[in-house]
Design a protein around this ligand. Structure first.
Ligand SMILES: NC(=O)c1ccc[n+]([C@@H]2O[C@H](COP(=O)([O-])OP(=O)(O)OC[C@H]3O[C@@H](n4cnc5c(N)ncnc54)[C@H](O)[C@@H]3O)[C@@H](O)[C@H]2O)c1
Length: 339
Protein backbone atom coordinates (compact mmCIF):
# COMPACT_ATOMS: atom_id res chain seq x y z
CA UNK A 1 0.00 0.00 0.00
CA UNK A 2 1.45 3.38 -0.95
CA UNK A 3 -1.42 5.63 0.21
CA UNK A 4 -1.60 6.75 3.82
CA UNK A 5 -3.59 4.54 6.18
CA UNK A 6 -6.79 6.47 6.97
CA UNK A 7 -8.00 6.28 10.56
CA UNK A 8 -11.21 7.01 12.39
CA UNK A 9 -10.69 7.64 16.11
CA UNK A 10 -13.43 6.53 18.49
CA UNK A 11 -13.18 8.28 21.86
CA UNK A 12 -11.40 11.57 22.51
CA UNK A 13 -10.54 11.10 26.20
CA UNK A 14 -7.12 10.63 27.81
CA UNK A 15 -5.76 7.88 25.59
CA UNK A 16 -7.64 9.02 22.46
CA UNK A 17 -5.74 12.32 22.69
CA UNK A 18 -2.38 10.56 23.16
CA UNK A 19 -2.95 8.35 20.11
CA UNK A 20 -4.31 11.19 17.97
CA UNK A 21 -1.19 13.27 18.69
CA UNK A 22 0.97 10.31 17.65
CA UNK A 23 -0.89 9.68 14.40
CA UNK A 24 -1.19 13.35 13.50
CA UNK A 25 2.37 14.41 14.22
CA UNK A 26 4.61 11.34 14.33
CA UNK A 27 3.41 8.74 11.84
CA UNK A 28 3.69 10.14 8.30
CA UNK A 29 2.14 7.00 6.79
CA UNK A 30 -1.13 7.64 8.70
CA UNK A 31 -3.90 10.20 8.41
CA UNK A 32 -6.81 10.83 10.78
CA UNK A 33 -9.94 11.25 8.67
CA UNK A 34 -12.50 11.61 11.47
CA UNK A 35 -13.01 11.51 15.23
CA UNK A 36 -16.17 10.60 17.17
CA UNK A 37 -17.03 10.96 20.83
CA UNK A 38 -20.41 10.95 22.56
CA UNK A 39 -19.16 14.23 24.07
CA UNK A 40 -18.93 16.12 20.80
CA UNK A 41 -17.00 18.97 22.41
CA UNK A 42 -14.19 16.57 23.34
CA UNK A 43 -14.00 15.33 19.74
CA UNK A 44 -14.09 18.91 18.43
CA UNK A 45 -11.26 20.03 20.74
CA UNK A 46 -9.14 17.09 19.60
CA UNK A 47 -9.95 17.78 15.94
CA UNK A 48 -8.96 21.42 16.33
CA UNK A 49 -5.64 20.48 17.92
CA UNK A 50 -4.72 17.72 15.46
CA UNK A 51 -6.23 19.17 12.28
CA UNK A 52 -8.86 16.42 11.88
CA UNK A 53 -11.40 17.26 9.14
CA UNK A 54 -14.53 15.52 10.44
CA UNK A 55 -16.10 15.36 13.89
CA UNK A 56 -19.20 13.55 15.10
CA UNK A 57 -20.99 12.48 18.24
CA UNK A 58 -21.66 9.05 16.79
CA UNK A 59 -19.35 6.25 15.69
CA UNK A 60 -21.82 5.13 12.97
CA UNK A 61 -20.54 7.67 10.42
CA UNK A 62 -17.01 6.36 10.83
CA UNK A 63 -18.03 2.75 10.22
CA UNK A 64 -20.08 3.81 7.17
CA UNK A 65 -17.19 5.73 5.54
CA UNK A 66 -15.57 3.52 2.85
CA UNK A 67 -12.54 5.84 2.81
CA UNK A 68 -11.57 4.85 6.36
CA UNK A 69 -9.21 1.85 6.53
CA UNK A 70 -8.81 1.42 10.29
CA UNK A 71 -10.34 2.49 13.59
CA UNK A 72 -8.68 3.27 16.86
CA UNK A 73 -11.00 2.27 19.72
CA UNK A 74 -10.24 4.57 22.67
CA UNK A 75 -13.66 4.63 24.31
CA UNK A 76 -14.55 3.35 27.79
CA UNK A 77 -13.79 -0.34 28.19
CA UNK A 78 -17.43 -1.49 28.40
CA UNK A 79 -18.02 -0.26 24.83
CA UNK A 80 -15.06 -2.05 23.16
CA UNK A 81 -16.71 -5.39 22.30
CA UNK A 82 -19.68 -3.83 20.49
CA UNK A 83 -17.45 -1.36 18.62
CA UNK A 84 -15.09 -4.17 17.57
CA UNK A 85 -18.06 -6.14 16.20
CA UNK A 86 -19.31 -3.11 14.25
CA UNK A 87 -15.84 -2.25 12.94
CA UNK A 88 -15.26 -5.84 11.83
CA UNK A 89 -18.62 -5.93 10.03
CA UNK A 90 -17.64 -2.71 8.26
CA UNK A 91 -14.34 -4.29 7.17
CA UNK A 92 -12.11 -1.90 9.14
CA UNK A 93 -8.82 -2.95 10.66
CA UNK A 94 -8.88 -2.37 14.40
CA UNK A 95 -6.52 -1.04 17.03
CA UNK A 96 -8.35 -1.41 20.36
CA UNK A 97 -7.28 -0.23 23.78
CA UNK A 98 -7.00 -2.83 26.54
CA UNK A 99 -8.93 -4.76 27.66
CA UNK A 100 -11.00 -6.03 24.72
CA UNK A 101 -13.94 -6.72 27.05
CA UNK A 102 -14.75 -7.55 30.65
CA UNK A 103 -15.91 -11.14 30.12
CA UNK A 104 -14.37 -14.04 28.22
CA UNK A 105 -17.66 -14.58 26.43
CA UNK A 106 -17.51 -11.07 24.97
CA UNK A 107 -13.79 -11.33 24.21
CA UNK A 108 -14.37 -14.58 22.32
CA UNK A 109 -17.27 -13.04 20.39
CA UNK A 110 -15.03 -10.08 19.45
CA UNK A 111 -12.19 -12.31 18.30
CA UNK A 112 -14.65 -14.41 16.30
CA UNK A 113 -16.08 -11.29 14.61
CA UNK A 114 -12.56 -10.17 13.68
CA UNK A 115 -11.65 -13.59 12.32
CA UNK A 116 -14.88 -13.86 10.34
CA UNK A 117 -14.35 -10.43 8.76
CA UNK A 118 -10.71 -11.15 7.91
CA UNK A 119 -9.54 -7.86 9.42
CA UNK A 120 -6.60 -7.36 11.78
CA UNK A 121 -6.89 -6.53 15.49
CA UNK A 122 -4.05 -5.13 17.59
CA UNK A 123 -4.55 -4.54 21.31
CA UNK A 124 -2.97 -1.64 23.24
CA UNK A 125 -0.27 -3.33 25.28
CA UNK A 126 2.07 -0.40 24.75
CA UNK A 127 4.65 -1.50 27.32
CA UNK A 128 5.89 -4.19 24.92
CA UNK A 129 7.24 -1.30 22.83
CA UNK A 130 9.06 0.52 25.64
CA UNK A 131 12.80 0.46 24.94
CA UNK A 132 13.65 -0.61 28.53
CA UNK A 133 11.27 -3.56 28.43
CA UNK A 134 12.34 -4.47 24.91
CA UNK A 135 15.90 -4.72 26.24
CA UNK A 136 14.78 -6.83 29.22
CA UNK A 137 12.99 -9.21 26.85
CA UNK A 138 16.08 -9.36 24.64
CA UNK A 139 18.24 -10.28 27.66
CA UNK A 140 15.91 -13.11 28.65
CA UNK A 141 15.42 -14.41 25.12
CA UNK A 142 19.15 -14.24 24.39
CA UNK A 143 20.07 -16.16 27.56
CA UNK A 144 22.03 -13.24 29.07
CA UNK A 145 20.70 -13.99 32.55
CA UNK A 146 20.31 -17.74 32.07
CA UNK A 147 17.12 -19.51 33.11
CA UNK A 148 14.69 -17.13 34.82
CA UNK A 149 13.93 -17.95 38.47
CA UNK A 150 12.02 -14.88 39.63
CA UNK A 151 10.30 -11.85 38.09
CA UNK A 152 9.12 -8.84 40.07
CA UNK A 153 6.94 -6.23 38.42
CA UNK A 154 6.15 -2.99 40.24
CA UNK A 155 3.41 -0.90 38.64
CA UNK A 156 1.93 2.02 40.56
CA UNK A 157 -0.03 5.02 39.31
CA UNK A 158 0.62 8.52 40.67
CA UNK A 159 -3.08 8.98 41.54
CA UNK A 160 -6.35 7.09 41.08
CA UNK A 161 -8.62 7.83 38.10
CA UNK A 162 -11.98 9.54 38.76
CA UNK A 163 -14.43 7.25 40.59
CA UNK A 164 -16.73 7.44 37.53
CA UNK A 165 -13.97 5.76 35.45
CA UNK A 166 -13.83 2.67 37.69
CA UNK A 167 -17.24 1.00 37.04
CA UNK A 168 -16.91 0.54 33.27
CA UNK A 169 -13.16 -0.21 33.60
CA UNK A 170 -13.61 -3.70 35.07
CA UNK A 171 -11.62 -2.90 38.23
CA UNK A 172 -7.95 -3.06 39.19
CA UNK A 173 -7.12 -6.51 37.78
CA UNK A 174 -8.78 -6.03 34.37
CA UNK A 175 -8.05 -2.34 33.97
CA UNK A 176 -4.61 -1.81 35.48
CA UNK A 177 -2.85 -5.08 36.29
CA UNK A 178 -3.74 -6.44 32.84
CA UNK A 179 -0.72 -4.50 31.53
CA UNK A 180 1.49 -6.31 34.04
CA UNK A 181 -0.01 -9.72 33.28
CA UNK A 182 0.88 -9.09 29.66
CA UNK A 183 4.38 -7.90 30.65
CA UNK A 184 4.96 -11.02 32.74
CA UNK A 185 4.32 -13.39 29.82
CA UNK A 186 6.02 -11.12 27.28
CA UNK A 187 9.20 -10.62 29.30
CA UNK A 188 9.66 -14.26 30.30
CA UNK A 189 8.31 -15.73 27.05
CA UNK A 190 6.47 -18.17 29.28
CA UNK A 191 2.86 -18.80 30.26
CA UNK A 192 1.40 -18.48 33.75
CA UNK A 193 -0.48 -21.49 35.11
CA UNK A 194 -1.63 -20.25 38.51
CA UNK A 195 -2.15 -16.95 40.33
CA UNK A 196 -2.75 -16.00 43.94
CA UNK A 197 -4.03 -12.53 44.77
CA UNK A 198 -4.14 -10.31 47.83
CA UNK A 199 -5.85 -6.94 47.63
CA UNK A 200 -7.09 -4.02 49.69
CA UNK A 201 -8.45 -0.51 49.78
CA UNK A 202 -5.80 1.69 51.35
CA UNK A 203 -5.74 4.77 49.11
CA UNK A 204 -9.35 5.96 49.02
CA UNK A 205 -12.45 4.44 50.70
CA UNK A 206 -14.56 5.71 47.78
CA UNK A 207 -12.76 3.18 45.57
CA UNK A 208 -13.89 0.41 47.94
CA UNK A 209 -17.43 1.82 47.98
CA UNK A 210 -17.37 1.60 44.16
CA UNK A 211 -16.63 -2.14 44.56
CA UNK A 212 -12.98 -1.92 43.50
CA UNK A 213 -9.51 -2.35 45.01
CA UNK A 214 -6.70 0.21 44.96
CA UNK A 215 -3.83 -1.98 46.13
CA UNK A 216 -2.95 -5.56 45.19
CA UNK A 217 -0.17 -8.12 45.00
CA UNK A 218 -0.44 -11.20 42.80
CA UNK A 219 1.96 -14.12 42.73
CA UNK A 220 2.43 -15.96 39.45
CA UNK A 221 3.48 -19.56 38.81
CA UNK A 222 4.87 -20.06 35.29
CA UNK A 223 4.88 -23.34 33.39
CA UNK A 224 8.72 -23.34 33.46
CA UNK A 225 8.59 -23.31 37.28
CA UNK A 226 9.59 -19.62 37.51
CA UNK A 227 7.78 -17.54 40.12
CA UNK A 228 6.69 -13.93 39.86
CA UNK A 229 5.04 -11.09 41.71
CA UNK A 230 3.14 -8.08 40.49
CA UNK A 231 2.40 -5.21 42.84
CA UNK A 232 -0.08 -2.48 41.93
CA UNK A 233 -1.12 0.65 43.75
CA UNK A 234 -3.38 3.39 42.49
CA UNK A 235 -1.26 5.96 44.33
CA UNK A 236 2.47 6.56 44.49
CA UNK A 237 3.07 10.12 45.74
CA UNK A 238 6.35 10.49 43.81
CA UNK A 239 4.91 9.64 40.35
CA UNK A 240 4.51 6.71 37.97
CA UNK A 241 6.44 3.78 39.45
CA UNK A 242 7.19 1.27 36.68
CA UNK A 243 9.99 -1.17 37.43
CA UNK A 244 10.92 -4.74 36.64
CA UNK A 245 13.58 -7.12 37.93
CA UNK A 246 14.29 -10.66 36.74
CA UNK A 247 16.69 -13.03 38.48
CA UNK A 248 18.09 -15.90 36.47
CA UNK A 249 20.68 -18.66 36.74
CA UNK A 250 23.40 -16.40 35.25
CA UNK A 251 22.50 -13.02 36.74
CA UNK A 252 19.73 -10.47 36.92
CA UNK A 253 18.33 -7.66 34.82
CA UNK A 254 16.52 -4.64 36.20
CA UNK A 255 14.65 -1.75 34.62
CA UNK A 256 14.21 1.45 36.62
CA UNK A 257 11.87 4.42 36.35
CA UNK A 258 12.39 7.12 33.74
CA UNK A 259 13.18 10.69 34.68
CA UNK A 260 12.69 14.01 32.89
CA UNK A 261 16.43 14.63 33.22
CA UNK A 262 19.50 12.81 34.48
CA UNK A 263 20.66 15.48 36.93
CA UNK A 264 21.81 14.41 40.39
CA UNK A 265 22.00 17.20 42.98
CA UNK A 266 24.51 16.51 45.76
CA UNK A 267 24.23 18.67 48.89
CA UNK A 268 25.52 18.65 52.46
CA UNK A 269 22.77 16.38 53.73
CA UNK A 270 21.50 14.39 50.76
CA UNK A 271 21.91 13.42 47.14
CA UNK A 272 18.76 13.68 45.06
CA UNK A 273 17.14 13.75 41.63
CA UNK A 274 13.88 15.14 40.28
CA UNK A 275 10.79 12.92 40.43
CA UNK A 276 10.19 10.23 37.79
CA UNK A 277 8.01 11.01 34.77
CA UNK A 278 4.56 11.45 36.24
CA UNK A 279 2.18 9.17 34.31
CA UNK A 280 1.61 7.08 31.21
CA UNK A 281 1.21 10.09 28.91
CA UNK A 282 4.83 11.05 29.66
CA UNK A 283 6.46 7.74 30.60
CA UNK A 284 5.25 5.73 27.62
CA UNK A 285 5.02 8.44 24.96
CA UNK A 286 7.69 6.73 22.85
CA UNK A 287 6.11 3.29 23.39
CA UNK A 288 2.70 4.61 22.28
CA UNK A 289 4.32 5.94 19.11
CA UNK A 290 6.15 2.67 18.45
CA UNK A 291 3.00 0.54 18.90
CA UNK A 292 1.03 2.64 16.40
CA UNK A 293 3.94 2.70 13.99
CA UNK A 294 4.00 -1.10 14.21
CA UNK A 295 0.23 -1.30 13.60
CA UNK A 296 0.38 1.02 10.59
CA UNK A 297 3.31 -0.90 9.15
CA UNK A 298 1.60 -4.27 9.64
CA UNK A 299 -1.61 -3.14 7.92
CA UNK A 300 0.10 -1.35 5.04
CA UNK A 301 2.46 -4.23 4.38
CA UNK A 302 -0.06 -7.01 4.99
CA UNK A 303 1.97 -8.48 7.89
CA UNK A 304 0.54 -9.88 11.15
CA UNK A 305 0.14 -7.31 13.94
CA UNK A 306 2.64 -7.66 16.81
CA UNK A 307 0.09 -7.88 19.68
CA UNK A 308 -2.91 -10.04 18.94
CA UNK A 309 -6.42 -10.64 20.18
CA UNK A 310 -5.17 -13.93 21.66
CA UNK A 311 -2.59 -12.00 23.73
CA UNK A 312 -5.43 -9.90 25.02
CA UNK A 313 -7.51 -12.99 25.83
CA UNK A 314 -4.73 -14.62 27.85
CA UNK A 315 -4.07 -11.52 29.96
CA UNK A 316 -7.83 -11.22 30.59
CA UNK A 317 -7.92 -14.85 31.77
CA UNK A 318 -5.09 -13.97 34.18
CA UNK A 319 -7.03 -10.94 35.43
CA UNK A 320 -10.23 -12.96 35.88
CA UNK A 321 -8.27 -15.66 37.74
CA UNK A 322 -6.74 -13.01 40.02
CA UNK A 323 -10.20 -11.64 40.78
CA UNK A 324 -11.45 -15.14 41.62
CA UNK A 325 -8.39 -15.80 43.76
CA UNK A 326 -8.95 -12.58 45.72
CA UNK A 327 -12.64 -13.34 46.28
CA UNK A 328 -12.08 -16.98 47.23
CA UNK A 329 -8.81 -16.51 49.20
CA UNK A 330 -7.00 -19.30 47.34
CA UNK A 331 -4.59 -19.93 44.45
CA UNK A 332 -6.48 -20.23 41.15
CA UNK A 333 -5.29 -22.16 38.12
CA UNK A 334 -5.91 -20.42 34.80
CA UNK A 335 -7.58 -23.61 33.56
CA UNK A 336 -10.44 -22.87 35.98
CA UNK A 337 -11.43 -19.79 33.96
CA UNK A 338 -13.76 -20.44 31.05
CA UNK A 339 -16.22 -18.44 28.97
N1 LIG B 1 -2.73 1.64 27.14
C1 LIG B 1 -2.81 2.47 28.14
O1 LIG B 1 -1.81 2.75 28.80
C2 LIG B 1 -4.12 3.11 28.48
C3 LIG B 1 -4.13 4.27 29.25
C4 LIG B 1 -5.36 4.84 29.55
C5 LIG B 1 -6.53 4.24 29.13
N2 LIG B 1 -6.48 3.10 28.41
C6 LIG B 1 -7.72 2.44 27.96
O2 LIG B 1 -8.36 3.31 27.02
C7 LIG B 1 -9.77 3.32 27.20
C8 LIG B 1 -10.22 4.75 27.46
O3 LIG B 1 -9.60 5.22 28.64
P1 LIG B 1 -9.41 6.80 28.90
O4 LIG B 1 -8.56 6.89 30.11
O5 LIG B 1 -9.03 7.51 27.68
O6 LIG B 1 -10.92 7.15 29.30
P2 LIG B 1 -11.63 8.57 29.21
O7 LIG B 1 -12.81 8.45 30.09
O8 LIG B 1 -10.66 9.68 29.43
O9 LIG B 1 -12.09 8.65 27.67
C9 LIG B 1 -13.07 7.83 27.11
C10 LIG B 1 -13.79 8.66 26.04
O10 LIG B 1 -14.66 7.80 25.30
C11 LIG B 1 -15.89 8.48 25.08
N3 LIG B 1 -16.92 7.46 24.84
C12 LIG B 1 -17.44 6.57 25.72
N4 LIG B 1 -18.32 5.75 25.10
C13 LIG B 1 -18.34 6.12 23.79
C14 LIG B 1 -19.02 5.64 22.64
N5 LIG B 1 -19.88 4.61 22.72
N6 LIG B 1 -18.80 6.27 21.47
C15 LIG B 1 -17.97 7.32 21.37
N7 LIG B 1 -17.27 7.82 22.43
C16 LIG B 1 -17.47 7.22 23.62
C17 LIG B 1 -16.11 9.30 26.35
O11 LIG B 1 -16.99 10.38 26.13
C18 LIG B 1 -14.67 9.76 26.64
O12 LIG B 1 -14.37 11.02 26.00
C19 LIG B 1 -10.05 2.34 28.34
O13 LIG B 1 -10.42 1.11 27.79
C20 LIG B 1 -8.73 2.22 29.08
O14 LIG B 1 -8.54 0.94 29.66
C21 LIG B 1 -5.30 2.52 28.08
Amino acid sequence: MTAKLKFGILGAGRIGCVHADTLAFRVPEAEIAAVADIHREAAQALADRCGIGRVSASTTEIFADPGIDAVLICTSTDTHAELIAQAARAGKHIFCEKPVALSLKKIDASLEAVKHAGVQLQVGFNRRFDSNFVRVRQAVAGGEIGNPYLIHIVSRDPAPPPISYLGPSGGLFLDMMIHDFDMARFLLGDEVEEVYAAGGVLVDPAIGEAGDLDTAVVTLHFSSGAIGTIDNSRKATFGYDQRVEILGSKGKIASENRYPNQVVVSGEKSVYTDLPLNFFMQRYIEAFAAELQAFVEAIREGKPVPVTGEDSRISAVMALAAGKSFREHRPVRLKEISA
